[in-house]
Design a binder for this molecule. Structure first.
Ligand code: ADP
Ligand code: MG
Length: 628
């Protein structure tokens, strides 16, 4: 879509289509008297709450039971403020937002440190506690009697009911638009990356803790708004509405609609709020209906209605592709240099934010060209790592010069992968020093190191299963998201700059895929690729940000001869462009052919270092490999 499109709100059309489809379904039913306006208006309220759950669970894989607590606080805030200060609905809603934001930021810091199921339990405890407090704090919340007399909204000469219905659905529509934008942006990709593999996401530059906390807070704000609208609609609040069981309905809407799509939330809410109203028996047996539905979703279509629809459309698309001869995804006739230019253009314009331009390396190389030896981009001094009593890395020191390829070899268990984990921040350095690109790296988080310009692959490929092939590369290219509130807001509002950045990242990622021969698989799920190709995609993801330092862990293992040759060409051309590579490899022919120098580890110790020829003849190396 071009920057010349009419307005910010219309550029992303999914939300408009979805809402129009909703209105087209519901309005005729309402006018023919089959459906009560009441159900439609409350659907808007629950739609907001389901979106809150979908942002958190569908995108980032975090299931929170605490949202019933945020919802309750959002509902009680206008009631309490009206009772004690005669405050308006708007001030009550804002007060609820402030309290929930503060709570979510605090709780997020605690809960998000906990892994999956403990996060769930922590939020569950919060939800139960909020319910207990509103039931027992009689002087403020009215205890079991609840609170009434919540102020009304009146828009101009409209009746209070119509005014509130408008406020509810306009809020829902705007939040829908914001969520869809967020989900389609680099923040959405970063969230799905975290859902798939948080360590790997961090190594692409995603600030995982910050992004998770800010998302949790954003999602709590949605729940808060939904709660305030719920209170306004009912005119009163009562603790029974905020028991955990109320959240089960919301979860059912989420899973039935299809998590992870945002628009699935609208389908889930519509069907589950509207269907029982259309059929008497369904209404009477609502709990039984819910139970059966849960079972149906789990066994028959775990991806929900939206997931099934998406799958169907993808299949249709594929069938059409098979009829039509396949066109290459990138501009035909463009040679390697053309693709390179696409990549350069992207980074000239700052998609990879911090320190990714290779100017630094060029400077380093220029210094090297003027007679002095090239300066080191990695320096390791007396680095050590123990696991229990095992010395995985033992007092290792070495340095790697800018713009060279260095191999790290050694028998299995020699400590090579551990070395890469220490360099990339995946494991923290407790013994010795590591500097890279002029920075002390020990103590830095993996995402900081990645954003400085050090990227890696993993021995056992760790692509993001929830993203397509090209999206995987895009996360690397965009350095994910720094997780800041600013980034969330920019992406949620779909500011033109974020859109053009995303377009450039897509073009550059496609160029990288072309370069490794995978452009025609760009939109495939990564699970559809064989092992060797997945490893190449991981390399593309690592190099897409044009890092200055590339760390590869046994990438050639599992590649066939053609793929290995392709990798070799890629690594050499990267070296020519100034990238410094440290690679772990078992294939000796590959290592001897490509390396400028070789490091040999055995039982965590550095036993040899030198040119391929010197290492080949080194007696200590021969002994380590042959056991002589
Ligand atoms: P390499 O990559 O050279 O095959 P690694 O660095 O993976 O070797 O492992 C070095 C040694 O450290 C091995 O003996 C391995 O079992 C051990 N090791 C590696 N990671 C861990 C860990 N997280 N916990 C315990 N032991 C580990
Ligand atoms: Mg290893």
């Amino acid at each position: 879509m071009t920057a010349g499109s009419p307005s910010l709100l219309i550029r992303n059309r999914t939300w408009l289509i979805a809402l129009a489809a909703y209105a087209a379904t519901v309005v005729p039913l309402m006018t023919s008297g089959l459906l009560y306006a009441d159900v439609v208006v409350t659907s808007g309220i629950f739609f907001i709450l389901v979106m809150a759950m979908d942002l958190l669970f569908g995108c980032a894989g975090l299931l929170s039971f605490g949202h019933i607590g945020f919802f309750a606080i959002g509902a009680y805030a206008p009631a309490v403020l009206a009772k004690f200060f005669a405050a308006s609905l708007l001030s009550g809603t804002l007060a609820g937002l402030v309290v929930n934001l503060a709570l979510a930021l605090t709780l997020g810091r605690v809960f998000l440190r906990l892994s999956g199921s403990y996060f769930m339990l922590g939020t569950l405890a919060f939800g139960i506690m909020v319910h207990a407090v509103i039931r027992t704090w009689y002087p403020v919340t009215g205890g079991d009697a609840g609170l009434g007399d919540i102020p009304r909204v009146v828009l101009g000469s409209l009746s209070p009911q119509v005014s509130l219905a408008i406020v509810i659905w306009v809020s829902a529509a705007l939040l829908f638009w914001f969520s869809l934008n967020l989900s389609a942006s680099r923040v959405g990709r970063a969230l799905r990356a975290i859902r798939g593999d948080a360590v790997s996401a961090a190594c692409c530059g995603v600030d995982v803790p910050r992004l998770r906390i800010n998302l949790f807070a954003l999602s709590a704000c949605y729940a808060s708004i939904s709660g305030s609208l719920f209170a306004a609609y009912n005119g009163a609040v009562h603790p029974d509405s905020f028991a955990l069981s109320a959240l089960l309905d919301v979860l059912l809407m989420l899973f039935f609609g299809g998590e992870g799509t945002i628009w699935g939330a609208l389908i889930g809410v519509t069907l589950l709020r509207v269907l029982p109203d259309l059929s008497g028996p369904l209404q009477a047996g609502k709990i039984l209906f819910s139970g059966v539905l849960f079972a149906v979703i789990i066994f028959l279509f775990p991806m929900g209605v939206a997931g099934a629809l998406k799958d169907g459309m993808r299949r249709l698309g594929r069938a059409r592709d098979e009829v039509r001869p396949h066109e290459p995804a990138a501009t035909a006739g463009e040679g390697a240099s053309g693709q390179r230019a696409a990549g350069d253009e992207v980074f000239g314009q700052g998609v990879a934010s911090e320190g990714m331009a290779r100017a630094g390396t060029r400077r380093l190389r220029a210094a090297g060209a003027s007679g002095e030896p090239p300066p080191a981009v990695i320096e390791v001094e007396a680095l050590g790592q123990s696991f229990g009593g095992l010395r995985a890395v033992d007092a290792v020191s070495f340095s790697v010069e800018a713009g060279t390829i260095r191999s790290l070899i050694g028998p299995n268990g020699a400590g090579k992968s551990t070395m890469l984990n220490l360099l990339s921040g995946v494991q923290s350095v407790r013994e010795g020093r590591v500097s890279g690109l002029g920075h002390r790296l020990e103590g830095l988080s993996p995402d900081r190191i990645a954003r400085l310009g050090v990227r890696r692959t993993f021995q056992h490929e760790r692509l993001f299963a929830h993203l397509t092939v090209i999206e995987n590369v895009m996360v690397g290219c965009e350095s994910g998201s720094d997780g800041s509130v600013r980034d969330l807001v920019r992406c949620g509002l779909a500011l033109p700059s974020t859109r053009s950045e995303a377009q450039r990242a897509r073009a550059a990622s496609l160029a990288w895929l072309e370069r490794i021969g995978l452009a025609d698989r760009a939109d495939d799920a990564v699970s559809a690729l064989p092992h060797g190709l997945r490893k190449l995609v991981e390399v593309a993801r690592a190099v897409a940000a044009l890092p200055q330092v590339l760390l590869l862990d046994e990438t050639a293992a599992g590649l066939n001869a053609t793929e290995k040759a392709r990798l070799k060409v890629l690594l050499r051309s990267l070296r020519d462009e100034g990238v410094t590579t440290l690679l772990i490899e078992h294939d000796m022919a590959f290592v001897m052919d490509i390396s400028d120098r070789i490091l040999v580890l055995d039982f965590g110790r550095l036993i040899a270092e030198g040119t391929p020829d010197a290492v080949r003849r080194d007696p200590a190396v021969l002994a380590a490999y042959l056991g002589a």
